[in-house]
Design a protein around this ligand. Sequence first.
Ligand SMILES: [Zn+2]
Length: 388
Amino acid sequence: MNRRGFLQWGCAHCALLYAAAGRAQAGADAGSQWSIPPRFAAPDAASDEGGLWATMAREEQRVRRSPFLIRDVKLHDYLQAILCRLAGSHCPDVRVYPVRSPHFNANMAPNGMMQVWSGLLLRMDNEAQLAAVIGHEVGHFLQRHALERLRDAKSKSAAGVVLAPFGLVGLVGQLALIASVYSYSRDQEREADTISVRLMSAAGYDSSQASVVWGNLLAEVMAGPNADASKSSVLFATHPASEERRDVLRSLGKAEGEKAEQAYRERMADWQLPFLEDELKRGQYAETIELLGRKLAAEPARGDFLYARAEARRLRGQEKDLEQAHADLAAAAALANAPAQTHRSLGLILRSRADKAGAAASFRRYLEAAPDAPDAGMIRTYISELET
Ligand SMILES: [Zn+2]
């Protein structure tokens, strides 16, 4: 992907911001003398900041009622504990909401409402990586970047750009609008990254993991088809991935402290398969295959990862995809932790190869593992067709 294409991919609204490269060091410099500010009082309702808070409070009510909110108390409490560990004295003022959406996104509203989307949770390898993203959002919150942006927009007689769209946005329906509301300047992004590393270190996390997050995302971007940037760009709805960002974070981070890999895996275990199914529905198979290649390099005996990579290939259906999907499914089927769907996918591939006995056996294994599956009736039909 060329440089221009890459920047557009990262953030549709960042083109102008990237032109301001001369001012770019300011954010990082500010970080070196930075210390955590005292808690803020709620702003006067009549002020511009009060108006911003009121808008976000209405949005927060919408999030609370949304069918996309993940209502898992343990997951919520885990995320809130990480947020509080990073936000320190500001803990009583910030609230996290896990949201079911397969895109890589997290954002923090100026009133302390934070969203973490499931596509982001799927992509993290450990708690320290998640802390890097949450710490970055806390950085935007502590520095009141949204207010700066509102005032900047007002000075350009365009305040409506910031406030008007948000009330119209459903939760996850209109990513482009969300991106426009939460798109910060390049200086603000650098400042939030710098603060994130400081908060991670203060909280005892391995801050070298911050650059790993962006390195991994870059690998996904590069694996995807560069022709359709408009479709791909929503993966990073609000935060552009760039080599520069990864490299700056690499220079700031220290490989000491806690990664909490096992704790993270255990907390996410119940959600892996649903998040993987959501990821497949995104239809960006090259990115999914890259993501799962990385996951499988760390944990080769994961039936769910093997199944999902096979599905990405089976659904993409390019040359050699079915062959490789078959190999992944056969490996998964031999594992005790394989999801039931592994056998259904294997059955479908064997059926397409006219291996009737093999296909019927795999479908039967699927029904044994998932007798109440919504497609059980259809699979029974397949079996009877294969056996006649
Ligand atoms: Zn940001």
